[in-house]
Design a protein around this ligand. Structure first.
Ligand code: MN
Length: 205
């Protein structure tokens, strides 16, 4: 019952002009694969935990045996975060969000542009490695948060509706140290259909 690396839902070149092929290969085939491998290695020490969904492991980290708690937090988080990441992007994505996610963004932040500015600022402001998120609660409310390393909003009792990876490995080959430029360009590949599904599932939990 080992956890497995999901294949990319599109070609490695599919997001070119925003995310280059080489970054996609390294990011998916090396970084994400390593999180999966290291998660499985940790769970091998407590095999009864292999049957649990990663999200459930992250939801209650205090219940994880101490000797693997850090490994599950980092590698389980890395696995879930990246599985989300590939799916909330697509070629020829972007544009203004419509449907329920468009509505909740307008209700919460006033308009899409203001939301984007706040999300990008939170991504720029995350010192070192981490993620910037739109996280939801079970009542359908949303907020922008950032997390260090591979920490998941799930461990804070929130649902990760979508997030952007601000680790240098996500952008350094193409954007070098220009994280704000990457954050701004990234909206061109966002998959709002998938994000709408994730928001509707979040509000129902
Ligand atoms: Mn990453």
């Amino acid at each position: 019952m080992a956890h497995e690396l999901p294949p990319l839902p599109y070609a490695y070149t599919a997001l070119e002009s925003t995310i280059d092929e080489k970054t996609m290969h390294l990011h998916h085939d090396m970084h994400h694969a390593a999180y999966v491998k290291n998660l499985n290695a940790a769970l091998d020490k407590h095999p009864e935990l292999h049957a649990k969904k990663v999200e459930d492991l992250l939801r209650d980290l205090n219940s994880i045996p101490e000797d693997i708690r850090g490994a599950v937090r980092n590698n389980g988080g890395g696995h879930v975060n990246h599985s989300m990441f590939w799916n909330i992007m697509k070629p020829n994505g972007g544009g203004e969000p419509t449907g329920p996610i468009g509505d909740v963004i307008k209700k919460t932040f006033g308009d899409f542009k203001t939301f984007q500015e706040k999300f990008n600022a939170a991504g720029v402001g995350q010192f070192g490695s981490g993620w910037v998120w739109l996280a939801g609660d079970n009542k359908g409310e949303v907020k922008i948060i950032s997390t260090p390393n591979q920490d998941s909003p799930i461990s804070q009792g929130l649902n990760p509706i979508f997030g952007n990876d601000v680790w240098e490995h996500a952008y350094y080959l193409k954007y070098n140290n220009r994280r704000p430029e990457y954050l701004a360009a990234w909206w061109n590949v966002v998959n709002w259909e998938e994000i709408n599904k994730r928001f509707q599932a979040s509000a129902k939990k």
